[in-house]
Write a protein that binds this ligand. Structure first.
Ligand code: UDP
Length: 321
């Protein structure tokens, strides 16, 4: 078995790389290191079954160079993080649209099963507690950069689905809800590594908005085996699956928990959305997954609690003593 992981030097991709190598697979990583880092692959750098290719998913030649002998593709490469999307909206949109089409096209030419990573963002402002795959999308204006990530990922899903229907390529789409764990950086906006970093350095913990928005956080090590199980299961192909943890918490309560877990003296400061993200930003007030479909198909059941996740991120971020 030889897997291509696009975005394999990123946060989720590097954990998937380790997991597949652990299963005895060969792994080709294609990553442009825009938000990923070779450091994320430090534990497996010397493994002879790993090949690292620096390049963009938008470059058909780079993708083609990675396809030799590949039996499965995991397409995780994307422009990610709210800060990235707002800072570089056009470039992000191009990466997330053209990159996916390029990789799907390569999978078609080589007739290889492909998993496409999508996001819970596609549900937009739908606050149903227990979002399931058939639920409606409620998104804001396409002129608001905030929504361009959801728009691009929704189109990626349609593309992946049509490659399955029209070209017969085995495809799986996963909608990842807030996924967290070691190696995730707060640089691009993700809340848990940001709060942990702030708490560990005694800086104010920055709660955006009123802090009453609800999220559910899933440990990356719960998500990664499900990616492999879904792609390996022929009956899972041609469909979309939510992957996340249903344990809910408000962002204010999260800030308190992280301050307590780190033993920090940081104070909590509330920052208006306009100051945090600029004018016209719309946040999701609640985002909670229903993962019954993935549970029924491949037995997906997250085992790590929010406490486990916070502990793991603190361990990852705390300077070695
Ligand atoms: N957030 C926050 N402070 C931060 C970073 C994020 O209050 O320093 C909030 C953000 O506005 C959102 C939630 O935490 O309501 C989760 O943000 P993240 O970017 O991690 O993921 P999202 O769910 O927005 O994709």
């Amino acid at each position: 078995m030889r897997s291509l992981i696009t975005g394999g030097a990123g946060f989720i991709g590097s954990h998937l790389t380790e997991h597949l190598l652990g299963l005895g697979h060969e792994v080709v990583v294609l990553d442009d290191l825009s938000t990923g880092s070779e450091h994320n692959l430090a534990t497996v750098r010397d493994d002879p079954r790993l090949r690292f290719v620096r390049g963009s998913v938008c470059d058909p030649d780079a993708v083609e160079r990675c396809m030799d002998g590949v039996t499965a593709v995991y397409h995780l490469a994307a422009a990610v993080g709210v800060f990235t999307i707002l800072d570089k909206p056009l470039e992000s949109l191009r990466t997330n649209l053209a990159g996916t089409e390029t990789v799907l096209e390569a999978a078609r030419r080589h007739d290889v099963p492909i998993l496409v990573a999508s996001t819970s963002e596609v549900y937009g402002k739908n606050t149903t507690a227990g979002l399931s795959e058939e639920d409606d999308r409620i998104v804001g204006s396409p002129l608001k950069s905030r929504w361009s990530y959801a728009e691009a990922k929704a189109l990626d899903e349609t593309l992946a689905y049509l490659y399955h229907v029209e070209h017969g390529i085995p495809t799986v789409i996963v909608r990842l809800f807030n996924t967290v764990g070691p190696r995730q950086t707060g640089r691009y906006g993700m809340v848990i590594p940001r709060f942990v970093q702030q708490a560990l350095t005694g800086a104010p913990v920055t709660v955006f908005g009123d802090g009453q928005q609800v999220r559910c956080f899933c440990h990356v090590l719960d998500v990664v085996p499900a990616l492999v199980a879904l792609l390996a299961d022929e009956t899972a192909h041609g469909a979309v699956y939510n992957l996340g943890n249903a344990e809910q918490i408000t962002i204010s309560a999260l800030a308190g928990k992280i301050i307590e877990a780190t033993g920090s003296h940081s104070e909590i400061v509330k920052i208006p959305y306009t100051e945090a993200y600029g004018d016209g930003y719309e946040d999701m007030q609640r985002r909670v997954p229903d993962c019954t479909k993935a549970r029924d198909r491949v037995g997906f059941r997250p085992h790590h609690t929010l406490e486990d996740i916070i502990r793991a991120v603190i361990k990852d971020r705390r300077p070695a003593t």
